[in-house]
Design a protein around this ligand. Sequence first.
Ligand SMILES: Cc1cc2nc3c(=O)[nH]c(=O)nc-3n(C[C@H](O)[C@H](O)[C@H](O)COP(=O)(O)OP(=O)(O)OC[C@H]3O[C@@H](n4cnc5c(N)ncnc54)[C@H](O)[C@@H]3O)c2cc1C
Length: 604
Amino acid sequence: MASKSNFVYSTREHKFILKEWLDTQHILDLPKFRDYYSLDDVDSILEQALKVAKEVLAPTNDDGEGIGVRFENGKVMVPPSFKKAYDFLQENGWGMHDPDSEGVLPRVIRAACGEYFTGANNTIGLLTEGAAKLIATYGREQDKRRYLPKMYKGQWGGTMCLTETGAGSDVGASVTKAFATDVPQVYKIKGIKNFITGGDHDYTENNIHLLLARIEGATSGTRGLSLFIVPKIWVGEDGSLGEPNDVVTMGIEHKMGIKGSVTAMLNFGDNDGCRGILLGNPPNEKGVAEGIAQMFQMMNSARHTVGQLAMVLATVAYNNAVAYAKERVQGAPITNPRGDRVPIIKHEDVRRMLINQKATLEAMRALIFKNWYYIDLANESDDPVERETASRYVQVLNPLGKAYCSDMAWTLIADAIQVYGGYGYCEEYPVARMARDSKINSIWEGTNYIQALDLVGRKWTLEKGTLFGNWLAEVGQYIDRNQGAAGLEKEFAMLRRAYDAYQEIYATGMRYWQTDPRLVATFATRILHSTAMMYCGCLIADQAMIAIKKLSELGEGHYDYPFYQGKVVSARYYIRNVVPFVSTLAEIIAGGDTSVLDFPEEAF
Ligand SMILES: Cc1cc2nc3c(=O)[nH]c(=O)nc-3n(C[C@H](O)[C@H](O)[C@H](O)COP(=O)(O)OP(=O)(O)OC[C@H]3O[C@@H](n4cnc5c(N)ncnc54)[C@H](O)[C@@H]3O)c2cc1C
């Protein structure tokens, strides 16, 4: 059975996460949600979202590659079916919305629905939500009135414009400029931004760019950057559309994957006619501006979503690989070489690859949803202490979710391709595309090295180390509390060893900061992976404890028995086969090998 794209997804794992594992009831009891939803609604919300994903979005997916994004006569067009699906989502309450309106879903539930939508078509959609939130947080009342209603209706799109050809990871090297005008808060903008997702398209009648530029006289580096609202078409005081704002699309990128997603190069103010509205204050007397700190609001939330997107693509690949492995007949069992040929799912090495995908995906999803849970609390809890604590957790978990999930997704999809053999390498089957589409997630929103540096450079040291130290101490207490847990005795003992090894990594890393920061940079990515593996091990063990209890209640004949069995095996596999690498990494990092530093450049 060959099919270019094949959306296979289930709601079962999310029902477990939302109704059995996380205390979603606590989120639903918060003032913002308590009058609208109960835990009983979760199943039907998930089922409806999956239906929309299957019936509305999945049928459009092949158009992302078959038709793709076109750039003709200066205009950018997405496949017609994308526009229809975008409108459907908007009209049926699944698209952009005002996050403060009545009856919005908690993020932790909405994120589950979002998995189905992106799994069905990962290239439909825009960055409007994050852009609108920046205006809602930092805009003047008049800006909010002008822009937000139409952005919330999905009638106007939104983007984030940081990157320039000379300023990628090094955002502070931006050369886009802003010049004051006679109108307060309004500046003339001049510069070229590239790689802008949703930079131009025909989904909406206007596009609102949130753009970083340096006001004349501001200091160099990121500290001198200010944030502007730069509409494609100027917007009048009453919210009506005015004249074009001199934002010209120079071209679109021809990419390895996500071919249905627009990535545009935009020229702002080539004819001196581009205006932007400053968010917040102009640079202070030292030339220090507010833009990068403001932009972090959008980047942080996008980073978490990127980790989830990577996981979703790996999930679709895994689901397809399982279905294929059950059908594809090849070779006899190793114990009976002359026996009948069997479906490849019976072969040990294929099973290893499938279990590795399943277990790692569940560990990743646990990390992502734990973070969504904290994000809901950090934003909506009515208890200030709870809000504060949750927002600290979010700060630690964000770089883990982004970088660990996107790095692992790439390797897991490689396993899915391997399960398919040669067919996996062919575009007629869905998994090759998953690999191409997923690779971007380790690159955008700050490459994964930037995430690793955020962890070891910033999160480790914030609040004199207490933010990370407290989080780590709680993880340790959790492991200690559960030593000897029935059915997971060996797993919790292994987690304790991984935790001890991680503490060594932490101490060594902190020492390297003092003795040779180049060693921190050398090991940063591996430190991030070890942090994620150790923590994910705890989360998946936590889920397994619930599953073990459930298995004893249900009994073997029950239709749901295999689901809970699978959860226990996933935890066992992840903790026994993945988590031990934390100890190996501790040894490698303590060894402080300097090959990376010593290697002569000419020898590469
Ligand atoms: C499809 C796509 C969509 C995008 N969408 C957007 C968007 O909507 N808005 C936007 O503003 N940008 C967007 N980007 C840009 C994206 O965020 C950048 O590509 C990314 O930040 C990396 O920058 P770069 O490509 O210039 O790579 P570089 O910064 O040149 O990095 C190249 C390599 O060097 C490493 N590196 C760089 N500096 C250092 C350092 N100091 N120490 C150690 N290693 C380093 C990096 O980790 C990376 O491995 C998009 C990019 C793509 C491809």
